[in-house]
Design a protein. Structure first.
Length: 727
């Protein structure tokens, strides 16, 4: 995804960019402004016919209409056969529970009038003061938007999951600066405030600045403390908070600026996701949750909108700890309803993904509420629809009543791997004690289903470590520590026809492609044919030999290849012939073809003839010159030889668009590469301190990955098979 200034603009952390004008009324975070001197259509008797469903005045009272409310309509408008449910008595939240009716009032973004005494007892509590006029937009909670039908994809929680909400607030004027941050433009606006794209004047980087709205000083202080605690969760899958402070009395936070899309947006576009890709995303989410839970932080508002997929392939979890603090605002009698949302009821979370204990006011909520949300999201990713999409009117009852079990994922997707289905179903058990006890436990249960590992982890004749042997495609099940790089490369393979993995010798370039990227591509369900070659001293003959390795496939496609020598000559005379053959191969297999040129530096170290080198690179350029083609070219090259590629200016120009620089894994990656292969076959390291010491040593050692594999292989050879321990 490119950096654009048209709609939609780039997205900060988890906040979606401002939508096109036609959709703006349907975006998360409603704003209702008090308007004076206007004469809009009135919403008459909005609360007539409502009855309390809970009797205790200190509880949040849910109100529902016993009959269609034809009175609640603009004057002169036809009757609206709607059922209304008021989630909060004082917060002014009206949920349209009928998915098919016309819009309430004029439309989303229309004007509604609330009449009555704001201090009147329930159930006649109005939305605003007497005669107050509320301009209502759409906001994200757990019911269908008034006047909007669920899309065919079955998504629940974005455009098909809205509520008209009243929120007394004035639109924020865009500041020129917030502290040391120069405001560039607005990225998004929600019920809690505004998110701006800004430039850090001290460090010169672009950031996202989120300015919050609250009149509650105690809440502001607590929010800052909570955000600071969240910043301590330093993890590659958690959005980074750079700074928290106040600007002109308003709290703000500065976050890393991300470009990409939310999981919600991906689901809206694609529906169900292939299971290995879904597991790959959710495993990154669980790693983030495990880190946060270890710091005593429970997310409590996990949903597809809070999972961000960056253009570089990284998964980021957003808004840690925010819901936990914001729910307090509704209980402060001095606060206004500005910023009121689902949290105003005393429940923290988004209705569609809230666990049973979150629905029950006063119930104990811990990390297992996040496990529930992961189960809901994974269900949606695997099936393309929310588990309770058809039961929105009874969402609370359906989730909280223990005698009503949640639907099994196999009911929607009968062909899903049964072992994976059982994991999802266990996440959605209503008793927290019966779910996975932690994010870490769920993570371990899902890792065998990652791309390239499923059904391969039970057959290791040579052990889970390669020693000094290079990783091959068949070693994908024990290739750990490069999940972020694999995801980033897979994304680029789909977007760019030509890619180069660049890094120092021994960094693991070939292993990344062979044991990481290739198996991951196959897991997407598309047929990929991978051809591998090294330039050698006669690069054109190397290409010809590679093509002859699949000569039978060309014969099936009606193409008889000449012998290797003559094929090499033809490739030199006709640089476009290689691309023609590869595209023909892709069509014959009804899939795609990837040509992987390993150790590209051999073109300069072993081939002395400049005309041979140029003919070779021209063949490659002609093979991968179109992003819509089913052919992809990937090369691995040592960083110190990258400058030599410029000998062919055209090839360098094409290749420069797809450069991917590979560095050493971080400590998390090194630990994964060391520990997880053993755990996958039921072994563990006897001493955690030994693992920490090895990781610390490897971090500062050039060529760490080959040394890690060699050391781990030696430990495996001396393993305690009886106790399944590595010492």
């Amino acid at each position: 995804m490119t950096d654009r200034t048209d709609q939609p603009p780039e997205r900060p952390q988890g906040h979606r960019a401002a939508p096109p004008a036609a959709e703006r009324g349907h975006e998360e975070g409603a704003r209702a402004r008090h308007v004076e001197g206007s004469a809009p259509p009135a919403l008459e008797d909005a609360n007539s016919g409502l009855r309390p469903l809970r009797e205790s005045p200190e509880d949040a009272v849910a109100l529902a209409a016993e009959r269609p409310i034809s009175e609640a309509r603009p004057r002169g408008a036809p009757a609206l056969p709607r059922r209304l449910q008021q989630i909060s008595p004082a917060g002014g939240t009206l949920v349209a529970a009928d998915p098919g009716g016309p819009p309430l009032g004029a439309a989303a973004g229309g004007t509604l009038v609330a009449e009555g005494d704001p201090n009147a007892p329930l159930p006649a509590r109005p939305l605003a003061g007497p005669g107050g006029t509320l301009q209502v937009e759409a906001v994200h909670v757990g019911a269908l938007q008034v006047g909007e039908r669920a899309p065919p994809s079955g998504r629940f929680g974005t455009r098909s999951s809205r509520v008209a909400r009243a929120l007394v607030a004035s639109p924020l004027e865009q500041p020129q600066r917030v502290g040391q941050y120069e405001i560039i433009r607005e990225l998004g606006r929600g019920g809690m405030g505004v998110v701006y794209l800004a430039r850090d004047s001290r460090l010169g980087r672009r950031v996202a600045v989120k300015v919050l709205q609250s009149d509650n000083r105690e809440l502001t202080d607590r929010f800052i403390v909570e955000a600071q605690a969240t910043a301590q969760c330093n993890h590659e899958n958690i959005v980074v908070i750079y700074e928290v402070g106040e600007h002109e009395g308003a709290p703000f936070m500065v976050l890393e600026y991300l470009q990409g899309q939310t999981l919600a947006e991906l689901l809206e576009k694609s529906g169900a996701i292939q299971f290995s890709r879904a597991v790959d995303i959710i495993v990154s989410v669980l790693r983030a949750l495990a880190r946060a839970h270890a710091r005593g932080i429970v997310h409590r508002d996990l949903k597809p909108e809070n999972i961000f997929l960056t253009d570089s392939g990284t998964v980021k979890v957003l808004d840690f700890g925010i819901a936990k603090v914001l729910r307090e605002e509704a209980h402060d009698p001095g606060s206004t309803i500005r910023g009121a949302n689902i949290h105003s009821t005393g429940m923290a979370g988004t209705l569609a993904y809230m666990s049973p204990e979150q629905w029950l006011l006063g119930g104990a909520v811990d990390h297992r509420a996040d496990v529930w949300a992961v189960g809901m999201i994974l269900f949606e990713m695997l099936t393309g629809s929310h588990p309770l999409l058809d039961e929105l009117d009874t969402l609370r009852e359906r989730v909280t009543r223990p005698e009503l079990p949640m639907p099994s994922v196999l009911e929607r997707k009968p062909d899903l791997v049964e072992e994976l289905a059982h994991i999802v179903d266990r996440c959605l058990l209503k008793a927290p004690s019966k779910r996975f006890e932690s994010a870490e436990a769920l993570l371990k249960a899902l890792e065998p289903f990652l791309p390239g590992r499923f059904r391969a982890w039970g057959s290791f004749d040579r052990g889970p470590y390669t020693g000094l042997r290079a990783f091959q495609e068949e070693d994908a099940a024990c290739f750990f520590g490069r999940s972020e790089e694999i995801a980033a490369m897979v994304t680029r393979v789909f977007d760019y026809p030509m890619l180069a993995v660049v890094g120092p010798s021994g960094i693991g370039k070939s292993s990344l492609i062979r044991a990481g990227v290739v198996p991951a591509l196959r897991s997407f369900g598309t047929s990929w044919r991978t051809l591998v070659a090294r330039p050698g001293p006669q690069p054109l003959l190397s290409l010809a030999t590679m093509l002859h390795s699949v000569a039978d496939l060309f014969e099936q496609a009606g193409e008889a290849l000449p012998d290797v020598t003559n094929l090499g000559i033809r490739l030199k005379l006709e640089p476009g012939y290689l691309g023609q053959l590869l595209r023909q191969l892709a069509r014959a297999t009804s899939g795609r073809c990837m040509l992987f040129i390993d150790q590209f530096e051999e073109l300069y170290t072993l081939c002395e003839a400049p005309e041979q080198r140029q003919a070779f690179t021209r063949c490659l350029t002609g093979a991968a010159d179109d992003a819509t083609s089913p052919v992809r070219l990937v090369i691995s090259v040592r960083a110190d030889f990258l400058g030599r590629v410029s000998e062919d200016a055209q090839f360098m120009a094409e290749l420069s668009r797809g450069l991917f620089f590979l560095g050493s894994p971080g400590p998390e990656g090194l630990r994964a590469a060391l520990v997880q292969p053993a755990e996958m076959v039921g072994y563990r390291f006897e001493d955690e301190a030994m693992v920490d010491e090895m990781v610390a040593h490897l971090r500062s050692t050039p060529g760490a990955l080959p040394l890690l594999q060699f050391t781990a292989y030696q430990l495996w050879e001396k393993r305690d098979a009886r106790h399944k321990i590595l010492t």
